[in-house]
Write a protein that binds this ligand. Structure first.
Ligand SMILES: *Cc1c(COP(=O)(O)O)cnc(C)c1O
Length: 450
């Protein structure tokens, strides 16, 4: 294993160098940093989707971000449409967020006792999302979905969980079940390491079709707009149908709004589609770029969590002072005007990308749901479920991904991620993406030999 010395700030040969990017031995490069990461971290990444396995090549290493931009360790600037997979809706290093963090940090970073900001953030979520009569703060979206499932099972006394093929609910065993093509499947692990027993009671069914439930079902968990298989809108009647079916058999309806919460609008997908879940999971936007998750819901259900009730939940860093400070600052900047603006920008960027791809003959769709924008590469129909989404031409995505990256526009390194347009992506930034996309779409066509 080669060892590359870390900059120790004190004895660094380049006096006055930037300690974030300094390698302690001359000009930093993405490749030296990534090699160092690979020598210390499996695959060099701390979240598997950051790896470039799906698109080929090696990741750029981000030294810093500023609004719509990230800068790699070589000083290269990218217009960033990853935006921490949707966690930083205001753009990178937004002054409201960094000021809140700077103000909060000197007062201490974690206590193991209740603090004012966590109450304020829970209140704010409840005000904007009225179905959340009580909110429990925690540290990730994954923790939120696993807690919501445990709570639903504990409250109903039932074990079965129904999920939809192509929806993603974080890396929690019970929700990492494999789905079948166009059919309902029960109890198939979606990854190595998940025992059959962990998903034995997880039923996976196709998205956008209302399943018939029975009284073994504790909960239905759904992304009310699917944003992890591209961006797939709920068909009219789908969410309403889930509500009706859950009510009919006494199951709980869980909306996983980790992406859609505070992104589609202040009230999330449940306000946009006017369907009220029993429980809602949050993450991403509500942490302002810090690690946060939350479960909110009906008071009688939420009060079943310990210490009031019998369903255990705890977390050392839950309601963390820095994370809640960042979340409060971020939510404080989000008003209805901004959401209208974000929707307009998503439509505008979709139009620019359609033009660019159309001009080059590069086959792609750009579905838009409010501020959410997706990309579907290939000569395919706009998907409404996972069977449709998986027809995506992944090699075409890899080609446009690399062509855009070469033009200084960063998408996520996977064909099924959303393009996150936020408050920092002003019209001039979008126009720059549009111009880059014209060149990139042509380059992608020649990469593909078409
Ligand atoms: C990102 C995501 C999660 C997981 O959240 P983490 O904070 O990454 O654990 C869960 N559900 C949905 C819909 C997500 O997009």
């Amino acid at each position: 294993m080669t060892s590359i010395p870390f900059c120790d700030r004190v004895a660094c040969p380049a006096a006055g160098c930037d300690p974030v990017v300094c390698t302690g031995r001359g000009l930093p490069s993405n490749d030296t940093f990534f090699a160092r990461s690979e020598a210390a971290i499996p695959g060099g990444v701390n979240s598997s989707i950051r790896g470039f396995k799906a698109v080929g090549g090696r990741p750029y290493i981000v030294a810093r971000g500023d609004g719509p931009y990230v800068f790699d360790v070589e000083g290269r600037r990218y217009i960033d449409l990853v935006q921490s997979y949707g966690a930083v809706i205001l753009g990178h290093a937004h002054p409201a967020v960094t000021a809140a963090l700077a103000a909060a940090a000197p007062d201490g970073t974690s206590f193991g006792a209740p603090t004012p900001r966590e109450a304020k953030l829970a209140e704010l979520i409840g005000e904007r999302v009225p179905s959340c009569e009580r909110v429990r703060m925690m540290s990730s979206g994954t923790e939120a979905t696993s807690t919501a499932v445990r709570l639903a099972r504990g409250v109903t006394g039932r074990d079965r969980i129904l999920t939809f093929h192509g929806c993603f609910h974080g890396a929690t065993d019970a929700l990492l079940a494999a789905g079948g093509s166009g059919v309902a499947t029960l109890g198939l692990p979606g990854t190595a390491g998940v025992p059959a027993g962990a998903v034995a009671e997880t039923l996976v069914v196709p998205y956008n079709r209302v399943p018939t439930l029975d009284d073994a079902v504790a909960a239905v968990i759904v992304e009310p707009v699917a944003a992890n298989m591209g961006v797939v809108a709920p068909q009219p009647g789908f969410l309403e149908g889930l509500r009706t079916e859950c009510d009919r058999v006494g199951a709980l309806l869980i909306f996983d709004e980790v992406i859609t919460g505070f992104r589609l609008g202040a009230g999330g997908a449940q306000a946009k589609y006017d369907v009220t879940p029993d429980l809602t999971t949050f993450g991403k936007v509500i942490g302002g770029g810090l690690p946060v998750g939350a479960v909110g819901g009906r008071r009688d259900v939420m009060d079943e969590l310990t210490p009031l009730g019998h369903v255990f939940h705890a977390g050392t860093l839950s309601g963390n002072p820095l994370a809640t400070a960042a979340g409060l600052a971020a939510l404080g900047e989000l008003d209805d005007d901004l959401y209208v603006e974000l929707s307009a920008r998503a439509r505008h960027l979709a139009a620019l990308l359609r033009d660019a791809c159309g001009a080059a003959g590069f086959p792609a769709h750009f579905p838009v749901v409010g501020p959410l924008l997706g990309i579907v590469c290939g000569d395919v129909e706009v998907p409404i479920d996972f069977d449709g989404a998986r027809r995506t031409d992944e090699s075409a995505y890899a080609a446009i991904f690399h062509a855009l990256l070469a033009e200084g526009v960063a998408l996520a390194p996977g064909a099924y991620e959303a393009l996150f347009v936020g408050a920092a992506h002003t019209d001039d930034v979008l126009d720059e993406i549009g111009a880059a996309a014209h060149r990139a779409a042509a380059a992608a066509m020649s990469r593909l030999g078409r």
